[in-house]
Design a protein around this ligand. Structure first.
Ligand code: TPP
Ligand code: SF4
Length: 299
């Protein structure tokens, strides 16, 4: 499939949802559900996505959806998969859809357990790099230097790397994507649907109210995340690591990443970052690219 106009016309996120204008999580879910289709059961822990659905008794998601406890996305997916298997329904895709707080922090134990049990499901972490739904607190995915309501002077620690943690669980498919590259995201979700076993997909989701930028700029911010090399788009499948979009050139050394300063300046959450903070972010990125260069030679 070559262009966005070729995506299936079916919509699984209906009008009248409660997302903020310019919400990246909604863009991501809309694309992923187009790839997975109507034969999908979704499980959603506490997060913006639980709220986006609208107020009970109405819902804007048109696939069966469970709303479960914050820490339980992957555990509930294992339960759904086991129940489907028990009644002989093996053609339904089980999708756990969680934010980075629900994945990197509170849900990591359940996620690790489900991957170790080889649960046949797709786990998607839509990563807006903070706890948005409760008013912007830091998560394990918040980058160094970013303001949140619990890191007033900028986060002092680096973010962890959950996709790498998923890879070492030896699951058949791990991929990262960005909402600015919908065809890449669609292809990855569709591929995940076809593979049996645990699949982990992580999508960078710049959130206007939390990152402090205008709601008209969501897609631009998600594109710049990739073009600056701050976010890498890759797949790990059958022991092989491959990069797509601008990330491929950045890792292969054939494309110069856009300067990080300009992108940081567009985000109010980095308003007070110092020159030293910017140097630290540059250093972290260079280390990460170097690591992936080595990994792509090994794998
Ligand atoms: C055990 C528990 N602690 C705290 C909360 C409150 N809570 C609800 S949603 C949320 C933030 C979720 O953040 P994230 O998973 O990153 O998703 P986002 O809101 O960014 O979509 C929190 C802290 C809760 N529901 N349950
Ligand atoms: S706070 Fe961010 S992730 Fe949550 S609904 Fe609004 S735009 Fe979407």
């Amino acid at each position: 499939m070559a262009a966005i106009k070729d995506l299936p016309e079916e919509e699984y996120i209906l009008q009248g949802n409660a997302a903020c204008p310019g919400c990246p999580a909604t863009i991501a879910l809309r694309t992923v559900l187009k790839a997975l289709g109507k034969n999908t059961i979704m499980t959603v822990p506490a997060s913006c996505s639980a709220v986006i659905q609208s107020l009970y008794p109405k819902t804007s998601f048109s696939v069966p959806t469970l709303n479960i406890a914050f820490e339980a996305a992957a555990a509930s997916a294992s339960g759904i998969e086991a129940a489907l298997h028990a009644i002989g329904k093996d053609d339904v895709t089980v999708l756990a859809w969680a934010g980075d707080g629900g994945s990197y922090d509170i849900g990591i134990q359940a996620l690790s357990g489900a991957m170790e049990r080889e649960t046949n499901f797709i786990y998607v972490c839509y990563n807006n790099q903070m706890y948005s739904n409760t008013g912007v607190q830091r998560s394990g995915a918040t980058p160094y230097g970013a303001w949140t309501t619990t890191t007033w002077t900028g986060k002092k620690e680096r973010q962890k790397n959950l996709a790498e943690i998923a890879i070492v669980h030896d699951i058949p498919y791990v991929a990262t994507a960005s909402i600015a590259y919908p065809m890449d995201l669609y292809r990855k979700a569709e591929k995940a649907k076809r593979i049996k076993g645990s699949k982990y997909l992580e999508i960078i989701c710049p959130c206007p109210p939390g990152w402090r930028f205008d709601m008209s700029k969501t897609v631009e911010m998600a594109r710049l995340a990739v073009e600056t090399g701050s976010w890498l788009m890759y797949e790990f499948e059958n022991g092989k690591l491959t990069f797509s979009g601008p990330s491929k050139g950045i890792i292969e050394g054939t494309r110069k990443p856009k300067p990080i300063e300009g992108w940081l300046k567009m985000q109010g959450r980095f308003k007070n970052i110092t020159d030293e903070g910017i140097r630290e972010i540059r250093k972290e990125l260079k280390e990460r690219w170097e690591l992936y260069r080595k990994k792509s030679q090994i794998f």
